[in-house]
Ligand binder design. Structure first.
Ligand SMILES: [Zn+2]
Ligand SMILES: [Zn+2]
Length: 148
């Protein structure tokens, strides 16, 4: 779940294979996302990272590039309730548990909904494809504070 063995060259190759243009900005944005690993970067964070190596790439270009990389299927937007939207690699399948009190975000494995998927198929004939689900609740720390 957590690791991205992919190099930026693989991602750029995917982009090309899909018939999309590969620009310096696209490459720089993909590099920033890869560098963040598990991190779900906001557009501003991506802009900050790309700006370090490519001061000529403007914020508006970064926004547009993020959109086109999402359209190309390489990135997915990831929203957490009341926070600014973030981006991560589209083929990094995972979910999150988010603490409603302190905002801690846990990374959950893709198979965490396996039982739900089976049940939906058996009871409803529904083929579930859960992607990037966030489950609200209390983290261990906040929960034990509540019980104390
Ligand atoms: Zn995520
Ligand atoms: Zn908490």
């Amino acid at each position: 779940v957590a690791h991205h063995p992919e190099a930026v060259d693989d991602l750029v190759a995917k982009l090309k294979a899909g018939g999309h243009r590969t620009t310096t900005a696209r490459r720089a944005v993909l590099e920033a996302i890869l560098e963040a690993g598990d991190g779900h970067l906001t557009a501003d964070e991506v802009a900050e990272m790309t700006h370090r190596e490519h001061p000529d790439i403007h914020l508006s270009t970064v926004y547009r590039t993020l959109d086109s990389l999402c359209e190309a299927g390489l990135l997915s937007p990831a929203r957490f309730a009341d926070r600014p939207g973030t981006y991560h690699l589209a083929d990094d399948h995972h979910h999150h548990a988010v603490c409603s009190r302190c905002g801690t975000v846990l990374l959950l494995a893709d198979d965490v909904f396996a039982a739900v998927t089976v049940r939906l198929a058996e009871e409803h004939g529904f083929h579930a494809e859960p992607t990037h689900i966030t489950i609200p609740g209390l983290c261990a720390t906040c929960n034990s504070a509540t019980e104390a």
